[in-house]
Design a protein around this ligand. Structure first.
Ligand code: DCP
Ligand code: CA
Ligand code: CA
Length: 365
Protein backbone atom coordinates (compact mmCIF):
# COMPACT_ATOMS: atom_id res chain seq x y z
CA UNK A 1 0.00 0.00 0.00
CA UNK A 2 1.20 3.47 -0.87
CA UNK A 3 2.20 5.65 2.09
CA UNK A 4 -0.66 7.97 2.86
CA UNK A 5 -0.45 11.52 4.14
CA UNK A 6 -3.38 12.11 6.47
CA UNK A 7 -4.14 15.32 8.34
CA UNK A 8 -6.38 15.95 11.31
CA UNK A 9 -7.46 19.55 11.78
CA UNK A 10 -8.95 20.54 15.13
CA UNK A 11 -10.15 24.13 15.60
CA UNK A 12 -8.66 25.94 18.58
CA UNK A 13 -10.96 26.64 21.59
CA UNK A 14 -13.65 26.53 19.01
CA UNK A 15 -16.87 27.96 20.46
CA UNK A 16 -14.92 30.62 22.35
CA UNK A 17 -12.89 31.51 19.26
CA UNK A 18 -16.13 31.95 17.31
CA UNK A 19 -17.27 34.42 19.96
CA UNK A 20 -13.94 36.27 19.73
CA UNK A 21 -14.43 36.48 16.00
CA UNK A 22 -17.65 38.45 16.30
CA UNK A 23 -16.50 40.41 19.36
CA UNK A 24 -12.88 41.21 18.52
CA UNK A 25 -12.55 43.83 21.27
CA UNK A 26 -12.71 41.20 24.03
CA UNK A 27 -9.92 39.05 22.60
CA UNK A 28 -7.51 39.64 25.48
CA UNK A 29 -10.07 38.87 28.18
CA UNK A 30 -11.02 35.48 29.58
CA UNK A 31 -13.96 34.15 27.57
CA UNK A 32 -16.25 31.35 28.67
CA UNK A 33 -18.98 29.74 26.61
CA UNK A 34 -21.55 27.96 28.73
CA UNK A 35 -24.62 25.82 28.48
CA UNK A 36 -27.13 27.30 30.85
CA UNK A 37 -29.53 24.78 32.26
CA UNK A 38 -32.07 27.50 33.02
CA UNK A 39 -32.81 26.32 36.54
CA UNK A 40 -31.17 29.31 38.13
CA UNK A 41 -29.26 32.11 36.54
CA UNK A 42 -25.97 30.53 37.49
CA UNK A 43 -26.60 26.86 36.86
CA UNK A 44 -25.03 25.17 33.90
CA UNK A 45 -21.66 23.96 32.66
CA UNK A 46 -18.69 25.32 30.77
CA UNK A 47 -18.75 24.27 27.14
CA UNK A 48 -15.33 25.71 26.44
CA UNK A 49 -13.19 28.74 27.19
CA UNK A 50 -10.36 30.61 25.56
CA UNK A 51 -6.77 29.95 26.60
CA UNK A 52 -6.71 33.03 28.83
CA UNK A 53 -9.57 31.64 30.91
CA UNK A 54 -7.87 28.22 30.96
CA UNK A 55 -4.89 29.82 32.72
CA UNK A 56 -7.21 30.50 35.65
CA UNK A 57 -8.18 26.84 35.78
CA UNK A 58 -11.40 26.93 33.77
CA UNK A 59 -12.13 23.62 32.03
CA UNK A 60 -14.80 22.20 29.73
CA UNK A 61 -17.56 20.49 31.70
CA UNK A 62 -16.92 22.49 34.88
CA UNK A 63 -19.97 24.02 36.61
CA UNK A 64 -20.39 27.65 35.61
CA UNK A 65 -20.45 28.92 39.17
CA UNK A 66 -17.02 27.41 39.69
CA UNK A 67 -15.68 29.03 36.52
CA UNK A 68 -17.11 32.36 37.71
CA UNK A 69 -15.38 31.91 41.05
CA UNK A 70 -12.05 31.15 39.38
CA UNK A 71 -12.36 34.22 37.21
CA UNK A 72 -13.41 36.57 40.00
CA UNK A 73 -11.70 39.94 39.75
CA UNK A 74 -10.99 39.52 36.03
CA UNK A 75 -12.86 41.07 33.13
CA UNK A 76 -14.16 37.67 32.06
CA UNK A 77 -16.98 37.60 29.52
CA UNK A 78 -19.57 34.80 29.49
CA UNK A 79 -21.58 33.65 26.48
CA UNK A 80 -24.43 31.23 25.94
CA UNK A 81 -23.75 28.55 23.33
CA UNK A 82 -24.98 29.49 19.88
CA UNK A 83 -24.72 26.26 17.91
CA UNK A 84 -26.24 27.69 14.77
CA UNK A 85 -23.49 30.28 14.48
CA UNK A 86 -20.71 27.79 15.27
CA UNK A 87 -22.11 25.37 12.68
CA UNK A 88 -22.06 28.09 10.06
CA UNK A 89 -18.41 28.88 10.76
CA UNK A 90 -17.60 25.18 10.79
CA UNK A 91 -19.32 24.63 7.43
CA UNK A 92 -17.37 27.45 5.83
CA UNK A 93 -14.08 25.97 7.01
CA UNK A 94 -15.05 22.46 5.89
CA UNK A 95 -15.85 23.84 2.43
CA UNK A 96 -12.37 25.31 2.23
CA UNK A 97 -10.83 22.02 3.41
CA UNK A 98 -12.60 20.26 0.56
CA UNK A 99 -10.51 22.19 -1.90
CA UNK A 100 -7.34 20.86 -0.36
CA UNK A 101 -8.07 17.16 0.01
CA UNK A 102 -8.99 14.16 -2.06
CA UNK A 103 -11.32 13.12 0.71
CA UNK A 104 -12.57 14.87 3.79
CA UNK A 105 -14.05 13.18 6.82
CA UNK A 106 -15.70 15.51 9.27
CA UNK A 107 -15.79 13.87 12.68
CA UNK A 108 -17.29 16.66 14.74
CA UNK A 109 -18.17 20.33 14.52
CA UNK A 110 -14.53 21.26 14.97
CA UNK A 111 -12.56 18.31 13.59
CA UNK A 112 -11.90 16.76 10.20
CA UNK A 113 -9.50 14.35 8.57
CA UNK A 114 -8.05 15.25 5.20
CA UNK A 115 -6.39 12.77 2.89
CA UNK A 116 -3.81 14.90 1.07
CA UNK A 117 -1.57 12.12 -0.24
CA UNK A 118 -1.97 13.15 -3.86
CA UNK A 119 -1.75 16.86 -3.23
CA UNK A 120 1.63 16.55 -1.52
CA UNK A 121 2.75 13.65 -3.70
CA UNK A 122 3.20 11.44 -0.68
CA UNK A 123 5.84 13.78 0.75
CA UNK A 124 5.85 14.70 4.44
CA UNK A 125 8.24 17.54 3.62
CA UNK A 126 5.70 19.10 1.29
CA UNK A 127 2.98 18.42 3.83
CA UNK A 128 4.40 21.09 6.14
CA UNK A 129 4.05 23.92 3.62
CA UNK A 130 0.75 22.53 2.50
CA UNK A 131 -0.66 22.48 6.03
CA UNK A 132 0.64 26.00 6.57
CA UNK A 133 -1.13 27.09 3.40
CA UNK A 134 -4.43 25.61 4.55
CA UNK A 135 -4.09 27.36 7.90
CA UNK A 136 -3.35 30.70 6.23
CA UNK A 137 -6.20 30.31 3.78
CA UNK A 138 -8.75 29.60 6.51
CA UNK A 139 -7.36 32.37 8.68
CA UNK A 140 -7.66 34.84 5.79
CA UNK A 141 -11.11 33.74 4.67
CA UNK A 142 -12.81 32.86 7.93
CA UNK A 143 -10.53 34.19 10.68
CA UNK A 144 -10.29 30.98 12.69
CA UNK A 145 -7.08 29.25 13.80
CA UNK A 146 -6.68 25.52 14.30
CA UNK A 147 -4.13 22.85 14.97
CA UNK A 148 -3.04 20.23 12.48
CA UNK A 149 -1.54 16.82 13.02
CA UNK A 150 -0.01 15.01 10.05
CA UNK A 151 0.78 11.33 9.92
CA UNK A 152 0.60 8.23 7.74
CA UNK A 153 -2.84 7.38 9.14
CA UNK A 154 -5.76 8.79 11.12
CA UNK A 155 -4.59 7.40 14.44
CA UNK A 156 -1.19 9.11 14.29
CA UNK A 157 -2.63 12.34 12.83
CA UNK A 158 -5.07 12.64 15.72
CA UNK A 159 -2.48 12.10 18.45
CA UNK A 160 -0.04 14.39 16.65
CA UNK A 161 -2.69 17.11 16.55
CA UNK A 162 -3.45 16.78 20.27
CA UNK A 163 0.22 17.07 21.12
CA UNK A 164 0.53 20.74 20.16
CA UNK A 165 -2.29 23.22 20.62
CA UNK A 166 -3.32 25.95 19.90
CA UNK A 167 -2.23 26.87 16.37
CA UNK A 168 -0.05 23.76 16.29
CA UNK A 169 1.44 21.95 13.35
CA UNK A 170 2.88 18.57 14.20
CA UNK A 171 4.21 16.24 11.56
CA UNK A 172 5.05 12.64 12.32
CA UNK A 173 6.76 10.84 9.47
CA UNK A 174 6.12 7.11 8.95
CA UNK A 175 9.52 6.16 10.38
CA UNK A 176 8.90 8.30 13.47
CA UNK A 177 5.48 6.99 14.46
CA UNK A 178 6.51 4.28 16.90
CA UNK A 179 9.00 6.44 18.75
CA UNK A 180 6.43 9.24 18.88
CA UNK A 181 3.73 7.04 20.42
CA UNK A 182 5.96 4.97 22.72
CA UNK A 183 6.27 7.36 25.71
CA UNK A 184 2.59 8.38 25.75
CA UNK A 185 0.14 6.85 28.21
CA UNK A 186 -2.16 4.19 26.80
CA UNK A 187 -5.32 6.24 27.29
CA UNK A 188 -4.25 8.47 24.42
CA UNK A 189 -5.42 5.66 22.14
CA UNK A 190 -9.03 5.71 21.04
CA UNK A 191 -10.89 2.96 22.86
CA UNK A 192 -8.69 2.89 25.96
CA UNK A 193 -10.92 4.17 28.75
CA UNK A 194 -10.43 4.21 32.50
CA UNK A 195 -11.29 0.55 33.00
CA UNK A 196 -9.01 -0.71 30.25
CA UNK A 197 -6.26 1.55 31.50
CA UNK A 198 -6.48 0.09 35.01
CA UNK A 199 -6.49 -3.44 33.62
CA UNK A 200 -3.45 -2.69 31.47
CA UNK A 201 -1.63 -1.14 34.39
CA UNK A 202 -2.13 -4.37 36.32
CA UNK A 203 -0.48 -6.14 33.41
CA UNK A 204 2.50 -3.80 33.65
CA UNK A 205 1.44 -1.74 30.64
CA UNK A 206 1.60 1.99 31.23
CA UNK A 207 2.76 3.49 27.98
CA UNK A 208 1.88 2.85 24.36
CA UNK A 209 5.43 1.55 24.00
CA UNK A 210 4.76 -1.07 26.70
CA UNK A 211 1.59 -2.06 24.86
CA UNK A 212 3.38 -2.30 21.51
CA UNK A 213 5.83 -4.81 22.94
CA UNK A 214 3.23 -6.86 24.76
CA UNK A 215 2.46 -10.29 23.36
CA UNK A 216 -0.51 -9.95 21.02
CA UNK A 217 -1.87 -13.40 21.91
CA UNK A 218 -1.99 -12.43 25.58
CA UNK A 219 -3.85 -9.23 24.76
CA UNK A 220 -6.39 -11.30 22.85
CA UNK A 221 -6.85 -13.57 25.85
CA UNK A 222 -7.53 -10.65 28.16
CA UNK A 223 -9.50 -8.28 25.93
CA UNK A 224 -11.00 -10.58 23.31
CA UNK A 225 -9.96 -11.02 19.72
CA UNK A 226 -11.14 -7.76 18.15
CA UNK A 227 -9.92 -5.47 20.93
CA UNK A 228 -6.70 -7.40 21.48
CA UNK A 229 -5.70 -7.11 17.85
CA UNK A 230 -6.82 -3.49 17.70
CA UNK A 231 -4.73 -2.53 20.76
CA UNK A 232 -1.72 -4.33 19.35
CA UNK A 233 -2.00 -2.60 15.98
CA UNK A 234 -2.82 0.82 17.38
CA UNK A 235 0.17 0.74 19.74
CA UNK A 236 2.33 -0.15 16.76
CA UNK A 237 0.88 2.81 14.84
CA UNK A 238 -0.92 0.53 12.39
CA UNK A 239 -4.24 1.94 11.18
CA UNK A 240 -5.63 1.31 7.71
CA UNK A 241 -8.92 3.13 8.11
CA UNK A 242 -9.51 5.26 5.02
CA UNK A 243 -10.53 8.89 5.23
CA UNK A 244 -14.13 8.69 4.09
CA UNK A 245 -16.72 11.30 3.54
CA UNK A 246 -19.59 10.86 5.97
CA UNK A 247 -23.13 11.11 4.75
CA UNK A 248 -22.91 13.44 1.80
CA UNK A 249 -21.71 12.46 -1.62
CA UNK A 250 -17.98 12.44 -1.97
CA UNK A 251 -16.53 15.13 -4.08
CA UNK A 252 -13.47 15.60 -6.19
CA UNK A 253 -12.08 19.07 -6.45
CA UNK A 254 -9.14 21.24 -7.41
CA UNK A 255 -8.42 24.84 -6.59
CA UNK A 256 -5.82 27.21 -7.97
CA UNK A 257 -4.71 30.83 -7.94
CA UNK A 258 -4.97 32.87 -11.13
CA UNK A 259 -1.82 34.47 -12.52
CA UNK A 260 -3.54 37.82 -12.07
CA UNK A 261 -6.78 39.06 -10.57
CA UNK A 262 -9.38 39.32 -13.29
CA UNK A 263 -13.01 39.43 -14.39
CA UNK A 264 -12.18 37.95 -17.77
CA UNK A 265 -14.15 34.79 -18.51
CA UNK A 266 -11.71 33.24 -20.97
CA UNK A 267 -8.74 33.91 -18.70
CA UNK A 268 -10.54 32.20 -15.83
CA UNK A 269 -11.61 29.28 -18.02
CA UNK A 270 -8.01 28.64 -19.02
CA UNK A 271 -7.29 28.00 -15.36
CA UNK A 272 -10.42 25.98 -14.68
CA UNK A 273 -9.73 23.81 -17.73
CA UNK A 274 -6.37 22.99 -16.19
CA UNK A 275 -8.03 22.19 -12.87
CA UNK A 276 -10.65 20.11 -14.64
CA UNK A 277 -7.90 17.87 -16.01
CA UNK A 278 -6.94 16.95 -12.45
CA UNK A 279 -10.53 16.41 -11.40
CA UNK A 280 -11.13 14.25 -14.44
CA UNK A 281 -8.05 12.16 -13.72
CA UNK A 282 -9.31 11.39 -10.19
CA UNK A 283 -12.75 10.68 -11.51
CA UNK A 284 -11.54 8.08 -14.00
CA UNK A 285 -9.18 6.57 -11.43
CA UNK A 286 -12.12 6.05 -9.16
CA UNK A 287 -14.45 4.95 -11.95
CA UNK A 288 -16.94 7.45 -10.65
CA UNK A 289 -19.65 9.51 -12.27
CA UNK A 290 -21.10 12.79 -11.10
CA UNK A 291 -24.34 14.66 -11.05
CA UNK A 292 -23.31 17.95 -9.48
CA UNK A 293 -20.77 20.41 -10.85
CA UNK A 294 -19.62 23.37 -8.76
CA UNK A 295 -17.33 26.33 -8.98
CA UNK A 296 -15.62 28.01 -6.11
CA UNK A 297 -14.40 31.59 -6.29
CA UNK A 298 -12.20 33.65 -4.02
CA UNK A 299 -12.48 37.34 -4.84
CA UNK A 300 -9.76 39.98 -4.41
CA UNK A 301 -11.27 41.01 -1.10
CA UNK A 302 -10.88 37.33 -0.03
CA UNK A 303 -14.60 36.75 0.18
CA UNK A 304 -15.51 33.38 -1.27
CA UNK A 305 -18.53 32.12 -3.16
CA UNK A 306 -19.62 28.89 -4.73
CA UNK A 307 -22.20 28.02 -7.38
CA UNK A 308 -23.48 24.62 -8.41
CA UNK A 309 -25.57 22.99 -11.05
CA UNK A 310 -27.27 19.62 -10.80
CA UNK A 311 -27.32 17.66 -14.05
CA UNK A 312 -30.42 15.91 -15.26
CA UNK A 313 -28.42 12.79 -15.90
CA UNK A 314 -25.21 11.63 -14.35
CA UNK A 315 -22.15 12.04 -16.52
CA UNK A 316 -18.58 10.83 -16.71
CA UNK A 317 -16.96 12.99 -19.34
CA UNK A 318 -14.70 15.97 -19.26
CA UNK A 319 -16.71 18.04 -21.72
CA UNK A 320 -19.74 18.04 -19.45
CA UNK A 321 -17.63 19.40 -16.63
CA UNK A 322 -16.11 22.10 -18.83
CA UNK A 323 -19.43 23.11 -20.36
CA UNK A 324 -21.08 23.52 -16.96
CA UNK A 325 -18.11 25.34 -15.47
CA UNK A 326 -18.32 27.84 -18.36
CA UNK A 327 -22.02 28.30 -17.81
CA UNK A 328 -21.57 28.78 -14.05
CA UNK A 329 -18.81 31.36 -14.54
CA UNK A 330 -20.75 33.26 -17.20
CA UNK A 331 -23.57 33.64 -14.72
CA UNK A 332 -21.32 34.33 -11.78
CA UNK A 333 -19.32 37.06 -13.52
CA UNK A 334 -22.50 38.73 -14.71
CA UNK A 335 -23.60 39.06 -11.09
CA UNK A 336 -20.35 39.85 -9.34
CA UNK A 337 -18.43 43.09 -9.80
CA UNK A 338 -15.32 41.91 -7.96
CA UNK A 339 -12.15 40.65 -9.55
CA UNK A 340 -11.45 36.98 -9.06
CA UNK A 341 -8.27 35.75 -7.42
CA UNK A 342 -8.67 32.00 -6.92
CA UNK A 343 -10.94 29.51 -8.59
CA UNK A 344 -11.98 25.95 -7.87
CA UNK A 345 -13.72 23.17 -9.74
CA UNK A 346 -15.66 20.43 -8.01
CA UNK A 347 -17.78 17.48 -9.04
CA UNK A 348 -19.80 15.50 -6.55
CA UNK A 349 -19.60 11.81 -7.05
CA UNK A 350 -22.87 10.01 -6.72
CA UNK A 351 -22.20 6.57 -8.10
CA UNK A 352 -19.30 4.27 -8.60
CA UNK A 353 -18.97 1.10 -10.55
CA UNK A 354 -17.42 -0.54 -7.57
CA UNK A 355 -19.00 0.78 -4.42
CA UNK A 356 -16.43 1.10 -1.71
CA UNK A 357 -17.29 -1.08 1.21
CA UNK A 358 -17.00 0.39 4.62
CA UNK A 359 -14.63 -2.11 6.08
CA UNK A 360 -14.76 -2.11 9.80
CA UNK A 361 -12.76 -5.28 9.65
CA UNK A 362 -9.72 -3.44 8.28
CA UNK A 363 -9.57 -1.76 11.65
CA UNK A 364 -9.07 -5.08 13.33
CA UNK A 365 -6.76 -6.85 10.95
N1 DCP B 1 -17.47 21.08 23.94
C1 DCP B 1 -18.53 21.10 24.85
N2 DCP B 1 -18.41 20.42 26.03
C2 DCP B 1 -17.28 19.72 26.34
C3 DCP B 1 -16.21 19.69 25.42
C4 DCP B 1 -16.35 20.40 24.22
O1 DCP B 1 -19.55 21.72 24.57
N3 DCP B 1 -17.19 19.07 27.51
C5 DCP B 1 -17.61 21.86 22.68
C6 DCP B 1 -17.01 23.23 22.82
C7 DCP B 1 -15.71 23.17 22.08
C8 DCP B 1 -15.98 22.12 21.01
O2 DCP B 1 -16.93 21.23 21.60
O3 DCP B 1 -15.33 24.43 21.56
C9 DCP B 1 -14.75 21.39 20.56
O4 DCP B 1 -14.18 20.66 21.64
P1 DCP B 1 -12.63 20.45 21.82
O5 DCP B 1 -12.48 19.34 22.78
O6 DCP B 1 -11.96 20.34 20.51
O7 DCP B 1 -12.15 21.76 22.59
P2 DCP B 1 -11.89 23.23 22.09
O8 DCP B 1 -12.00 23.36 20.61
O9 DCP B 1 -12.79 24.15 22.85
O10 DCP B 1 -10.42 23.50 22.58
P3 DCP B 1 -9.02 22.96 22.01
O11 DCP B 1 -8.28 24.21 21.62
O12 DCP B 1 -8.39 22.29 23.18
O13 DCP B 1 -9.29 22.06 20.86
CA1 CA C 1 -12.12 18.69 18.90
CA1 CA D 1 -10.87 22.00 19.20
Amino acid sequence: MQTRVVMLADFDYFFAQCEELRNPDIKDKPIVVGVYSGRTEESGAVSTSNYIARKYGVKSGMPLFLAKRKLEGTEAVFFKVDHEYYDQISDRIMQIFRNYATSLEQVSVDEAYLDVTEQVEGSFEKARDYAQKIKEDVKAQVGISFSIGVGPNKLVAKIACDSQKPDGLTIIKPEETKAFLAPLEVDRLLGVGKKTMVRMEQMGIKTIGDLAKYDCQMLIEVFGKASGIYFHNAANAVDNEPVVEQGEAESISRIGTLKQDTCDLEFILQKTNELTEGVYRDLTNRAASFKLVSIYVVNVDLSSKSRSVTLEQSAKDKETIKRNIRMLFEKFLAESPLQVRRVGVRVSVFSKEEPRQKQLSSFFL
